[in-house]
Write a protein that binds this ligand. Sequence first.
Ligand SMILES: Nc1ncnc2c1ncn2[C@@H]1O[C@H](COP(=O)(O)OP(=O)(O)OP(=O)(O)O)[C@@H](O)[C@H]1O
Ligand SMILES: [Mg+2]
Length: 461
Amino acid sequence: MMTLGELLSLLGIVIALLLLNFKLGLITMSVLPVLTLIMVVWQPFARKAFMWVRRAISIVNGSLNENITGVRVVQSMNRQERNLMLFDEKNVDHRDANLWASKLSSGLLPAVDILTAVAIGFALFFGARMIAGNDLALGTLIAFVLYIQRFFDPIRNLTMQYTQLQRSMASGTRIFDMLDWKPDLVDAKDAKPIGSVKGDIEMKNVSFSYVPGEDVIKDISFQIKPGEVVAVVGPTGAGKTTLVSLLSRFYDVEDGRGAILVDGHDIRAVTRNSLASQMSMVLQEPFLFSGSVRENIKYNHTNATDEQMMNAAKAVDAHDFIERLDEGYDTFLAERGINLSVGQRQLISFARAIVADPRILILDEATANIDSYTEMMIQRALLKLLKGRTAIVIAHRLSTIRGADKIIVMNLGEVTEVGNHDELIAMDGLYATLYHMNYAAIEESLPVSGNGQSSDGAAST
Ligand SMILES: Nc1ncnc2c1ncn2[C@@H]1O[C@H](COP(=O)(O)OP(=O)(O)OP(=O)(O)O)[C@@H](O)[C@H]1O
Ligand SMILES: [Mg+2]
């Protein structure tokens, strides 16, 4: 609106100038091309500077966020000084960016002011000569000079608005870059809802890579019957989380690189929503949201009754400890649930998975060490959680592994062994090694066979 107003008054003044004296009017306006030229040269510099400011501030914000969320690590590693220094560098860059951008934006106005003076100078010089030649009345010249000053007012304002526009466009570009981001995973055009499933899962020659050419899942095939509990074990980085991420369709298997079938339906041919409603996934790191315990358990089923919610909590033995919290189910959980212990968070995330009463349950057992009491609670919770469902558990606990109908052993993206505990021990392969290393009362950690990762990694069974 303002720009439109400025443009209109500019137009009026131009007409007035030209009507007062056409020749003098043109002479005055001869400075305009110079101004345009200045703007054309200025624009790319300003744009770059404004982009730099936006980038710098997002780096500052990112670093701030990381250091605040990771404050415990920062303190325990005694990295305050160094991080402060690194933060300072980012801040300085942000300041420099702002200074440069400010210089550029404020540099335009003096240019306009100089041109105003030049235009008035022109008018006086040529006007005086015209007066001398009796071509112009003195009064007209005075009116003319006053008009010139009015003429540059809208130009000044337009210039400021133009600067602001450039600034906004720098932000806009970044925002639109993000809004225009295409999701990797979109439902096929003719995708249908999968409906309620029995829980039969089949993987057929599935290969997958995050980075083209580097397969982290290599030609994996297996079948899981409804109601079966399957444990997936293997050293760290073997591809276990990736495998279940494919099943939950966080990533799609590319065409020609195998297929995943649930109840005989290729999961790429069904809608992701309908598939997700048949499965629950408990992630390796339990993530709770700021809000009450109630909100966290009912998370994706806001219309679940309180009774369903409590049943879910009871099923995983979380009810008692929740009741003991200050305000029971209404206790407010801070961001990521940090006011609960890791084990408690885990139990709540189990309850959250059960409220949905899914046919298929995927569980990426946490590797975090927890006290043996919570450990026992989690064991018990797990038994109830898995009962009667098709379950894939990336297992790190012996009890879960032993309770499984089938154990799939993975290493370096491949399934190396399949069977139950006794069969696999008899096979004396990777499973037997991992088992002996972690559970057969050998205290000191041995080097990991296979992928050369830390011994901590082998403990992921
Ligand atoms: N988002 C990702 N982008 C690129 N590579 C990834 C990504 N996630 C995992 N990888 C790689 O894929 C491989 C398998 O990782 P994955 O998380 O499936 O291992 P895992 O078996 O679950 O290990 P852990 O027992 O430690 O949880 C690893 O080599 C890892 O570097
Ligand atoms: Mg994992």
